[in-house]
Design a protein around this ligand. Structure first.
Ligand code: LRH
Ligand code: MN
Length: 399
C-alpha cells in the first residue's frame, strides 16, 4: 500500500464507529429453545458493563442500542441508566420501542383493527420519544412485527394508512435533533404479509410520515437473492438511508455474525457508501449498528469479533481506487472495474489497522486481550449465582 492509500484507510478508520445491541449480550434463542450461558448478561447493568468491555478492547463501539421493554425496569429512571452507561465508558444510542411482545398485539400493533391495541401502541411510541429525549438519544428505531398469516385475513391498504397515522404522531413528537428509523422485514413472525415488508414500503412510509423519518436496513431482512447494496445505493442517492442493523444469514433472518457467511456482500455495502461519499463529497451520517443473536457463541467475544470484522471490511472498502473505478465504469471496462473492488477486498489491511490500534491505545488483538483479561470467567461466576437466586433457570422451550 502506498502512503496515500495508508492515509485513506486511516481516515476511514478514524470515522468508523459501530453500535452494539444490549440484547446481543443476553441469552437469546430460537423458537425451539434458548441455551443459557453463565456469563450472559442478566440486566441492563450487565449489558452496559459488557458493552463497555467491547468498547475498551476495540476503541470504536462507544454507544449501545437499547430495547425499551428489555432494558428499562420500573425501578430505574432513564437518567440513572444514562449514568450507568457513562460509568462503563459508553453512551445510550438508538432507542428501540417494542410493539411485538404484548398479548394485545396478536393481530398487530399500530396496524391492528382494534382501536385499543393501536392506542396502546401509539402511547408506547410516544413514551419512547420522551425516553429518548430524557436519555439524550437522537435515534428511535422502529421495527413492526405487524402482518397476517393467511390470504384475505387483512386489508393491507387500511393497515398501511393506520401505520402512517401512528408513525406521523411519533414524528411530530421528535425534537429537531432526533430521527426515527423505519426498519422493514419481508416475513417472520408474520408469514403471509408483513405491513413493512421491504425497502420500498419503508421509503414510501417515511416520505408520508415526515422529513425526520429514514429507512433502516437490517442486512438479514432480505430475500436470499436480493441485491442489498443496490438498495443502499438508492437510499443514499435519495437521502433516505437512516442506518444499518448488521448481521448475516444463510437462509432467513438468522441473525448470525456479520460477514460470517458473505463477507464480499458486506464489503460491497461499505463500498457503495464510500463511493457515494467520494463522488458527491457528501459524507452521510450513518448509524452502523449490530443486531445479532448469539445463540451458541460466547456473547462478548462474538461482539468483539463482529466489530473487528466490520472495521476490517470498512477499511478494505476505503482502499477502492474510486477515480480508476469511475473511469472504467464510464468506458464499460467491466473486468477492470470489477478488479478495482476485488483488489481492495483481497488487500491485507491488517498492518494499517494495527497502526490505528496502536495510535488509539487499544490492544493489537482485541479478542485475545479480552480473553486474557479473565473478565468473562469473573462475571460468569457471579452471574451464575445471581441467575439461580433470581430463579432464571430452564431453557424457555417452544411449547
Ligand atoms: C427484528 C429485529 C429488530 C429488533 C429485533 C431484536 O427481526 O431485527 O431490529 O428489534 O430484531
Ligand atoms: Mn434489526
Amino acid at each position: 500500500m502506498n502512503d496515500s492509500e495508508v492515509k485513506k484507510v486511516h481516515q476511514a478508520l478514524d470515522s468508523f464507529q459501530i453500535e452494539t445491541p444490549s440484547w446481543g449480550f443476553a441469552d437469546t434463542g430460537t423458537r425451539f429453545g434458548k441455551f443459557l450461558q453463565d456469563a450472559a448478561a442478566i440486566d441492563i447493568k450487565d449489558k452496559l458493563a459488557d458493552a463497555g468491555q467491547v468498547h475498551a478492547f476495540t476503541g470504536f463501539c462507544p454507544t449501545v442500542a437499547v430495547h425499551i421493554l428489555w432494558d428499562f425496569p420500573e425501578d430505574q429512571s432513564p437518567s440513572e441508566i444514562a449514568k450507568l452507561a457513562q460509568k462503563y465508558g459508553v453512551r445510550i444510542g438508538a432507542i428501540n420501542p417494542n410493539l411485538f411482545q404484548d398479548q394485545i398485539y396478536k393481530y398487530g400493533s399500530i396496524c391492528n383493527r382494534d382501536q385499543s391495541a393501536r392506542a396502546a401502541a401509539i402511547d408506547h411510541l410516544l413514551a419512547s420519544a420522551d425516553l429518548a429525549t430524557q436519555i439524550g438519544s437522537e435515534l428511535i428505531a422502529i421495527w413492526l412485527a405487524d402482518g397476517s398469516n393467511y390470504p384475505g385475513q387483512a386489508n393491507i391498504r387500511w393497515r398501511k394508512s393506520a401505520m402512517v397515522d401512528a408513525l406521523h404522531k411519533l414524528h411530530e413528537k421528535l425534537n429537531p435533533n432526533q430521527q426515527m428509523l423505519v426498519e422493514y422485514k419481508p416475513f417472520e413472525p408474520a408469514f403471509y404479509h408483513t405491513d413493512l415488508g421491504d425497502w420500498g414500503m419503508a421509503y414510501i412510509v417515511c416520505k408520508e410520515v415526515g422529513p425526520k423519518a429514514r429507512v433502516l436496513v437490517d442486512t438479514g431482512h432480505h430475500y436470499a437473492s436480493q441485491n442489498i447494496e443496490q438498495i443502499v445505493a438508492w437510499l443514499l442517492d435519495t437521502g433516505m438511508l437512516g442506518g444499518f442493523h448488521f448481521n448475516d444469514r444463510r437462509y432467513a433472518d438468522d441473525d448470525l455474525t456479520f460477514a460470517s457467511i458473505d463477507p464480499y456482500q458486506a464489503f460491497r455495502i461499505f463500498h457503495e457508501i464510500l463511493y457515494f461519499d467520494w463522488e458527491t463529497g457528501h459524507t452521510p451520517r450513518i448509524p452502523y449498528m449490530i443486531d445479532q443473536s448469539h445463540i451458541d457463541k460466547p456473547k462478548i467475544e462474538a461482539m468483539i469479533q463482529t466489530a473487528v470484522i466490520a472495521q476490517e471490511l470498512y477499511a478494505k472498502a476505503a482502499l477502492v481506487d474510486h477515480e480508476k473505478l469511475a473511469k472504467h465504469q464510464k468506458a464499460n471496462e467491466q473486468i477492470d472495474a470489477e478488479e478495482c473492488l476485488r483488489s481492495a477486498f483481497f488487500s491485507d489491511i491488517r498492518p494499517v489497522v494495527l497502526e490505528w490500534r496502536q495510535r488509539h491505545n487499544v490492544p493489537m488483538d482485541p479478542l485475545a486481550a479480552f480473553r486474557e483479561s479473565g473478565y468473562e470467567a469473573r462475571v460468569a461466576k457471579e452471574r451464575k449465582l445471581r441467575r439461580a437466586d433470581l430463579g432464571l433457570v430452564g431453557s424457555g422451550s417452544y411449547a
